[in-house]
Design a protein around this ligand. Structure first.
Ligand code: FES
Ligand SMILES: [Fe+2]
Length: 443
């Protein structure tokens, strides 16, 4: 495995640590201060607050944050709490409003958080309509189509927090992709167990055997960044040579070649040429397909990248799609979390009228999504629904979801004390090193 370290002071060795961080209420409370109130958090998508009056609510732990765009086109973030007696202000997950009215006693706030209306205002000894009673703001910024919030005092700029990751991922223009699916599954595990799961490919050969001939998960490019961010870059359109090179293209290679108007039969006996052919063909047909392939490197055109933004946002993407995988901590229980899977797809630009669905590879279960006519409703379910086959988040993620509760239960056993990590799990080590650095700094 190649490990590239970018602007960090070295791989902080975290090969072993105590299980308590996944189980303890004390750690959970410490994380609330050191992590959730001290990091930029990916709150949602800019497409949900595109127009004046649009809003959405982001829930993380015991906090709810209301994001709104006011009539002057300014974005705001507030704690979603009425300043009269603390009722949660907005109940809807997202929508469009002219103002926010508390359902309890009808205090009314402008989209910019200003308290405007108070019923029977003369009954208050002092007029509550002053700055003190406006909605309490949080820091907000936008990068690459994502809205971030920070619940701490005087945060560093978002771009400083993201470091080199911001420019590395800029070509992917996630804001130019379309939301096609929005799912949340309730998991019986700590949020960090989910981050860990999506920080290593060590498990892929065993938990996801359907992928093992497609990718060599032990020889990918791993990148570690200052601030706990990590990345892995997985070659696509190829085969895992550990299992030998087949005579004819695999099913997934054939599917990719056909979607690019290439004939899989032309690659019989030349399976290792498929990746380069996919790259070259994308470059060539980008303009007629209405896809901006010119802005990507050749490797990016074929490869699947996964970048984790500290603390809890996992981005898995190609030029044509992005999955946002985001575990959010439970309000009170370290043994539970909510896990979001938000699927974005890049559709061909409207000027390309040949109707190609440009989705390739792992973007969807059935190969392609249609452009949705309206925002998909968020589907919320328990992990049992996945186990029973009533819901799916793709076969691969279903396998992860089914497993994660077992990890949490196993960790609770008296027969287990410490996590023990290898070099293929270096991204987990890096993530926990940053967690510890922040916990220590705030203690
Ligand atoms: S708590 Fe909101 S108006 Fe009373
Ligand atoms: Fe997995």
């Amino acid at each position: 495995m190649t490990v590239t370290i970018i602007e960090t002071d070295g791989v902080r060795s975290h090969q072993s640590f105590n299980k308590a961080r996944y189980l303890s209420s004390d750690t959970m409370a410490a994380e609330s201060r050191a992590i959730w109130s001290n990091s930029w958090l990916m709150a949602g998508l800019i497409c949900d607050v595109q127009n004046p009056g649009d809003f959405f609510v982001f829930e993380v732990g015991s906090e709810q944050i209301l994001i709104s765009r006011d009539q002057q086109d300014q974005l705001h973030g507030f704690y979603n709490v009425c300043q009269h007696r603390g009722n949660l202000l907005v109940g809807a997950e997202h929508g469009h409003a002219t103002h926010f009215r508390c359902p309890y006693h009808a205090w009314t706030y402008d989209l910019d958080g200003t308290l405007k209306g108070v019923p029977l205002v003369d009954k208050f000894a002092e007029d509550p309509r002053c700055a003190d009673r406006n909605l309490k703001p949080v820091a907000l910024d936008v990068w690459n189509g994502f809205v971030f919030v920070h619940l701490g005092e005087q945060p560093e700029p978002l771009l400083t927090f993201l470091g080199p990751v911001a420019s590395i991922l800029e070509p992917y223009d996630f804001g130019g992709m379309t939301l096609v699916e929005d799912q949340t599954v309730h998991l019986d595990c700590n949020w960090k167990a989910v981050v860990d799961n999506f920080s290593e490919l060590y498990h892929v050969d065993y938990l996801h055997p359907q992928h093992k001939r497609m990718v060599d998960c032990h020889n990918d490019l791993v990148r570690l960044f200052e601030g706990g961010h990590t990345g892995v870059e997985v070659p696509g359109g190829t085969v895992n040579q550990k299992f030998g090179v087949p005579e004819i293209p695999t099913d997934i290679q054939s599917q990719q070649l056909k979607s690019l108007d290439l004939d899989p039969n032309d690659f019989n006996g030349r399976v290792l040429d498929v990746r380069g052919a996919i790259q070259a063909q994308k470059r060539q047909i980008g303009p007629e397909r209405g896809m901006p392939y010119e802005r990507f490197t050749m490797d990016q055109l074929s490869d699947v990248w996964q970048y984790n933004l500290f603390p809890n946002t996992v981005l898995s993407f190609t030029p044509e799609h992005c999955w946002i995988l985001r575990p959010r901590p439970h309000a009170t229980d370290p043994n539970q979390c909510e896990f979001d899977k938000i699927s974005l797809v890049r559709f061909p630009q409207a000027s390309a009228s040949d109707g190609h669905k440009a989705v390739l590879g792992p973007a969807s279960r059935d190969g392609a999504f249609d452009q949705p006519s309206e925002r998909p409703v968020r589907d919320v379910f328990g992990y049992q629904a996945v186990i029973l086959g009533e819901k799916t988040m793709t076969d691969t993620i279903d396998q992860d979801v089914e497993l994660l509760g077992q990890v949490q239960q196993g960790m609770q056993s008296k027969g287990f004390n410490t996590v023990f990590l290898n070099e293929d799990e270096v991204r987990i080590q890096h993530f926990h090193a940053e967690l510890d650095r922040k916990l220590l700094a705030s203690s």
